[in-house]
Design a protein around this ligand. Structure first.
Ligand SMILES: Nc1ncnc2c1ncn2[C@@H]1O[C@H](COP(=O)(O)OP(=O)(O)O)[C@@H](O)[C@H]1O
Ligand SMILES: [Mg+2]
Length: 249
């Protein structure tokens, strides 16, 4: 479903992604954790086609992720942005219903029904008429999640989906992520919350020095680069908080 091969992305004079190999299959949930600035958001952005890559290849559902296939990929990949990126002039319902109407061709009534159902699922049934400025951070985050889910994508990329949520809302989001799994969606979640990661993830990985490291393995998951990956694996394992190790034991 998601297939990245030896992906390189250079930003501000350094290789933020330096040979990323990644496969995520249908129904699989990959959790990506690790310190800030290691390239987690960049990886999601290149998979979604929002950023170009400098070398390597990325395929989603067999289609190359490049500007040429943007139309074919439209709607297949849902991305929840770290900063939500809601349309400030639209209320919650219209934020969610817009793309299903414009991209999937749903009628206004159908798109609104879908949006209302999702708002209900996320505990926001009474917030459909609210503009983003009238919503709390956690409410905006859930509206942004509902906006992704409304497209029923086959790939979901969630950038810190629980950063603004309290534990009860986090549990709600976890159950939605498990629903994605049942619906055979390939999901990549960036999360700093080890409990959430352990709850929903089939695999937990970290980016270090531009390469992916499997936190469940003693060895890095990519081909070794002399002198760097032993350090990367050790750093990633050291980063994992004790609570995550316990939760995953
Ligand atoms: N548009 C950009 N231009 C220049 N540098 C960027 C840009 N986006 C991200 N970076 C840099 O790339 C690195 C990785 O960023 P990011 O992917 O946001 O990391 P993370 O999500 O793991 O915190 C950081 O050093 C960041 O400053
Ligand atoms: Mg980020």
């Amino acid at each position: 479903m998601i297939n990245c091969q030896c992906v390189f992305k250079r930003l501000a004079g350094r290789n933020v992604l330096a040979g990323v190999d990644l496969q995520v299959t249908r129904g699989e949930t990959l959790v990506l954790c690790g310190p800030s600035g290691t390239g987690k958001t960049t990886l999601l952005r290149v998979i979604s086609g929002l950023e170009t890559i400098d070398a390597g290849s990325i395929r989603v559902d067999g289609l190359p992720v490049a500007s040429g296939s943007a139309r074919a990929l439209k709607g297949k990949v849902g991305m929840l942005f770290q900063h939500f990126n809601l349309f400030e002039h639209l209320n919650a319902l219209d934020n969610i219903a817009l793309a299903p109407r414009q991209v999937l061709g749903l009628s206004k009534a159908e798109a609104h029904r879908r949006a209302e159902r999702l708002l209900d699922d996320l505990g926001l049934g009474d917030k459909g008429g609210h503009l983003p400025t009238q919503l709390s951070g956690g409410e905006k985050q859930r509206v942004a999640l509902a906006r992704c889910l409304a497209m029923e994508p086959s790939v979901m990329l969630l950038d810190e989906p629980t950063s603004a949520l309290d534990p009860a809302r986090t549990t709600q989001v976890a159950s939605l992520v498990r629903r994605l799994k049942r619906d055979n969606v390939a999901t990549v979640i960036v999360s700093h919350d080890p409990n959430f990661g352990a709850l929903v993830g089939d695999r937990v990985m970290s980016l270090d020095m531009g390469r992916l490291v499997d936190l469940d393995d003693d060895v890095p998951c990519c081909d070794p680069v002399p002198g760097s990956l032993a350090h990367a694996a050790a750093a990633a394992r050291a980063w994992r908080p004790a609570s995550m190790s316990q939760a995953m034991a």
